[in-house]
Design a protein around this ligand. Structure first.
Ligand code: SF4
Length: 349
């Protein structure tokens, strides 16, 4: 995992440096930052406040766009848009833009092309791992969607890939929160992990205010190992210890994502395991919140969709034991995105 923040590698920094080396006045640097991050500029040719010559020099040095991301397809309904984005090398990843009832606009971004974790319930896991997204590619998703929509209030890092396995994610968080770039409050960013313990520790130290979600899904160790191969490396007991440290240090809630697969992980014994994990947290238990997600079918996995009512029933049972739980808001079947459920269309594309 990268310990050094390599901000120089991001195109944004290179453009600022380029302008400084040309002895352009400081206000030019501010102008272009404003245009790209606060305004609607996506291409250098749109930077009409600059001279034609300066625009041409920028295009010659950096290409037409700031970030190597183009939209291949977009599917939308009233509440959500799912983008299939094409990277410069042809790789495709998905991101989902959602409008919540409260008016909040949220973007779920990807961090890897495919995923090495190979969770059995996940479409991305079925693709296999191709590569990490670069810093520019991670930021490019947010930049593209922010410029072509009503804007972004929140970012969730829960799309394709295990974010904490991509060393570029920490630089990306810096850029997303930097006032002269995206300027998002860290409280408005959520990070999801299948339980990468080194990554959880890094989040506690470097980004304590970013909301952490642990994709638990199976509260019994051996069942979890069957469905999520990374569970063999990271035992639930050790992950919960890392999460305890996180909530102790940050005093922030941690979320446990729980994809409800009817008949597989909503049996009485699953509820008993879940209760036990929460009870073992002792006086930190109130900082754990379970987010139930009804399972949505994926190709090549012969499992039926879990009705929302089934998830609500589980929620009520957990609440009877004093465990805080909610059922995630639904966004329509074609666009339903949980960690890794975004990529059903990837192979077709
Ligand atoms: S659920 Fe998340 S970590 Fe697991 S394979 Fe899918 S994208 Fe990777």
């Amino acid at each position: 995992m990268s310990e050094i923040f390599n901000m120089q590698s991001v195109s944004f920094e290179k453009v600022s440096q380029f302008l400084k080396e040309r002895h352009e006045p400081d206000f030019r640097v501010k102008q272009w930052q404003q245009a790209f991050f606060k305004g609607k500029c996506l291409k250098f040719e749109d930077l009409t406040i600059f001279s034609e010559k300066l625009r041409a020099d920028l295009i010659e040095n950096f290409g037409e766009r700031l970030h190597p991301v183009e939209c291949a397809t977009v599917e939308s309904d009233e509440q959500a848009c799912k983008y299939l984005l094409k990277m410069d090398d042809g790789a495709r990843v998905e991101c989902v833009y959602m409008k919540f009832h409260e008016g909040i606009k949220s973007l779920c971004i990807s961090t890897q092309v495919g995923c090495p974790c190979a969770c059995a319930f996940c479409a991305t896991g079925g693709i296999g791992f191709k590569r990490n997204l670069t810093l520019d590619e991670i930021l490019g998703q947010a930049l593209y969607v922010a410029k072509t929509t009503e804007g972004i209030d929140r970012i969730t890092v829960m799309g394709m890939g295990e974010a904490l396995l991509n060393p570029n994610i920490f630089d990306a968080l810096r850029c997303l929160t930097a006032p002269n770039m995206f300027g998002l409050s860290p409280q408005r960013i959520s990070m999801s992990t299948v339980g990468n313990i080194e990554g959880i520790h890094a989040m506690t130290q470097k980004f304590p205010q970013v909301t952490l979600t642990f994709s638990l899904h199976f509260p019994e160790q051996s069942l979890r190992e069957q469905w999520m191969p990374t569970a063999k490396k990271y035992a639930l007991k050790d992950i919960f210890e890392a999460l305890d440290e996180h909530v102790r240090v940050t005093k922030k809630k941690v979320y446990l994502a729980y994809m409800v697969i009817d008949g597989i992980n909503n049996r009485p014994q699953d509820i008993a395991h879940l209760r036990q994990w929460i009870q073992e947290r002792g006086d930190l238990a109130y900082l754990y919140h379970i987010n139930l997600i009804p399972f949505h079918p994926i190709p090549n996995l012969n499992l039926a969709e879990t009705p929302r009512a089934t998830a609500i029933q589980l929620q009520k049972e957990l609440e009877r034991y004093g465990i805080e739980a909610t059922v995630r808001q639904s966004f329509g079947k074609s666009i339903q995105g949980a960690c890794g459920q975004l990529a059903a269309g990837y192979k077709k594309a």
